[in-house]
Design a protein around this ligand. Structure first.
Ligand code: ADP
Ligand code: MG
Length: 358
């Protein structure tokens, strides 16, 4: 392509909301055979909301927890924030009505046991929110605002100290004398917490629905699970399809758990063997490197600080305009309008400019 063609290409891109930082990325884009998408904030809207809060019933005899229906042997109680309906996809409605029995924040308890369990659930949510106040993570913000919705500002604003956050894992803090941990299984394990069978079951049940299940431990024991849902972007499915039709291998790479990742991938038509979940920030760059080592031309699309190193490493790094500044700085291409379909425009533009017939 002539310099004029490159100028025209980047100029047209800019007009269409695709900021291409020079002729090199414009050229490299046409050879891309693999596109790796981050999940949260890239394929999904990135605004998770709390959809349920479940206490674990391990302290109870097995028979008591084993009620009817799909909640058998599962949590002894759940709270469902009113403002948190309509999370990830169609699977959500059935789950909400199934496991929480409605959409009211605090229902009249059916029995004394249920009442005390509900009190415990409120307490756990308050402690978790207090611990998460110190974090900017989207899940942390969602837990804080979910707690405010359910408990009210006062009850959701306990003071915390000794706050600590570990990227890709979770937070820890001391709240009113209690040691509180909020985060992944790995985060729990790192603090010597043992996951009971009911903790595993409840976590798995939420994750199968595509939700992110965050564990909460209080004073040395896993107390419950907060489930969060994030919506898939409206143009994500179509974008994946179009890229696949163009001969591009579409992959997903996420720090979220493998079950939630698989559910989202299925909804998007991304084959499960092209999904990598539970990736730490260092794992994201390693994945991109491995693909490059296979001789692939890799575009990585992401929005977060934890995606930035992988964006810089990829053949072409693509950042979402609504994402973090760090990701945009590391990227070669910015989708200014934050519309995923614009990645197709970027590849098309490159193919037209460099006259590849496909
Ligand atoms: P992603 O790649 O999806 O953007 P991250 O690497 O930021 O995800 O986080 C990976 C996982 O670590 C999250 O899905 C969550 O389970 C856990 N996690 C990270 N930060 C927090 C936090 N502040 N509170 C609770 N869980 C967290
Ligand atoms: Mg992200």
């Amino acid at each position: 392509a002539t310099p004029t063609a490159v100028m025209v290409g980047t100029g047209v891109g800019a007009r269409l909301g695709v900021l291409i930082k020079g002729g090199e990325p414009l050229e490299l884009l046409h050879g891309v055979d693999t596109i790796v998408f981050d999940k949260t904030g890239t394929l999904t809207v990135g605004k998770p909301r709390v959809v349920s809060v479940s206490m674990l019933g391990d302290q109870k005899p097995a028979s008591e927890g084993a009620g009817a229906g799909c909640c058998a042997g599962k949590p002894t109680s759940s709270l469902t924030p009113v403002a948190a309906q309509g999370g990830a996809g169609a699977s959500d409605a059935s789950a909400t009505s199934c496991c929480s029995g409605g959409s009211t924040a605090v229902k009249a308890p059916a029995s004394t046991a249920a009442a005390s369990s509900r009190v415990q659930a409120r307490r756990m949510l308050a402690l978790a929110a207090a611990a998460e106040r110190g974090s900017d993570h989207p899940l942390a913000r969602a837990i804080v605002s979910g707690a405010v919705d359910v408990l009210g500002e006062a009850e959701a604003s306990l003071g915390a100290d000794r706050f600590n956050e570990e990227a890709g894992h979770g937070v820890s803090a001391t709240v009113e004398g209690s040691a509180v941990l909020v985060g992944t299984r790995r985060w729990m394990a790192r603090h010597g917490m043992v996951l009971t069978a009911s903790a595993e079951e409840e976590t798995a049940a939420m994750e199968v629905l595509g939700r992110t299940a965050v564990l909460v431990a209080i004073d040395g024991a896993v107390a419950g699970v907060i489930a969060l849902a994030d919506e898939i972007k409206p143009d994500a499915r179509d974008t994946v399809k179009r890229l696949q039709a163009m001969g591009v291998a579409v992959r997903m790479l996420t720090g979220d758990n493998r079950r939630a990742a698989a559910t989202v991938a299925r909804e998007l038509g991304i084959p499960t063997d092209l999904v990598q979940a539970e990736a730490l920030p260092s794992g994201k760059i390693a994945t991109v490197e491995a693909l490059l080592d296979e001789g692939r031309q890799v575009a990585m699309v992401g929005d977060g600080i934890n995606d930035a190193p992988a964006l810089a490493k990829a053949t072409v790094g693509v950042a979402i305009g609504a994402g973090t500044q760090v990701a945009m700085d590391a990227a070669d291409v910015v989708l200014v309008r934050s519309e995923l379909a614009d990645i197709v425009t970027a590849v098309d533009l490159s193919r037209v400019t460099f006259r590849r017939i496909w």
